[in-house]
Design a binder for this molecule. Sequence first.
Ligand code: PLP
Length: 424
Amino acid sequence: MSISRELFEQAVKVIPGGVNSPVRTCAGVGADPLFISRAQGPYIYTEDGQKMVDYVMSWGPMILGHNHEAVNRALHEAVDRGTSYGAPCRPEIDLAGLIVEALPGVDMVRMVNSGTEATMSALRLARGYTGRPKVLKFTGCYHGHVDSFLASAGSGAATLCIPGTPGVPEEVVAHTLLADYNDLEQVQALFAEHGQEIAAIFVEPVAGNMGLVLPRDGFLQGLRKLADEYGSLLVFDEVITGFRVSFSGAQGRFKVIPDLTCLGKIIGGGLPVGAYGGRREIMEKIAPCGEVYQAGTLSGNPLAMTAGYHTLKTLQEMDYDQLEARTGELAVSLRDILAQKGVPVQLNTIGSIFTLFFSDAPVTDFASAKKADQDLFRAFYNGMRDQGIYLAPSGFECAFNSFAHSALEWEKTLEAARRVSFSR
Ligand SMILES: *Cc1c(COP(=O)(O)O)cnc(C)c1O
């Protein structure tokens, strides 16, 4: 029996499902999760000693690659100064300063400990600021496991086919309005009916939790216009896209400026961090300068701030265009290899992210994403995994490239894809 298998058997006895986040289960692809012992650059190493090319990259944060030297060194020094103070410290200002400088929609930022905390707090702030109860979200977009957002929430829930979730009272999601991603007319209709009650539109400016789905031309601009017309806030959940689709996020790339921005993943450089920021006038409504309460014992933790700061500082000097071009080449080559095998395949890609959908129609929203053939994905996933390529174990996820990946790993990936068999 493999060591991963042994560890998994131990894990399921003390941890529900053996995993601390449901997306890590491999049940959907008919496999057990691999246990990881260490990671370096573009590689992760399993407990069984297998070295694998990683395209999960901790679900996005590790854009510099694992165990990046500058981040690692700064972290070691930070550990020697103590791991938590519960009082203000310099690294908080350093990280906040870089975020404010980079993102056009962010004048001030509050640190929290996860993306979920960021969206939960931003929702409270949007409601507190506008005095309105409702929130509009898009089917298949994921904004963390916040009660109000767990109505049609993408990958984790989609893979496991959980419609919403038990544990959230109907009264809570009664204030959540749903529209299809990329469908402005639906949004318009919802505003026509409920406009004066809508505190905010929450959107992933590039959707990354139903697989990668790009915004149509004019979609984000249209949301901006409707929010302005009705006095609602536009909130970009940039937990994936922030410092990923460009150094200035999706807002910088698409030149649509949200009122509030949620961040996570990359800004923690691999440590647990989230943040929400936005226009000064709105952010000043947060306690202690305003009345909207939000707090956190470990928020602004010196280790997390240090990892985040040195990650962003390093990213500032990196060539995003080059990484995007190489990611595009890799993804197109993969698509062509699969197409030559006669399986239907659609490619969505931007920046250093891509998703291959096993479908013969373009994927533009959750409904079209769900049409993808999950049996073909399962064969692809297992075929790649057997050859040392580590992909997310769900057809509704993104593959993340990084600045640590090189031609060597990409060639290995293509070689593996050539050998995958789809015969059923
Ligand atoms: C990952 C993610 C979240 C939740 O972040 P956690 O740190 O997992 O709580 C929220 N929004 C988006 C868009 C995400 O991808």
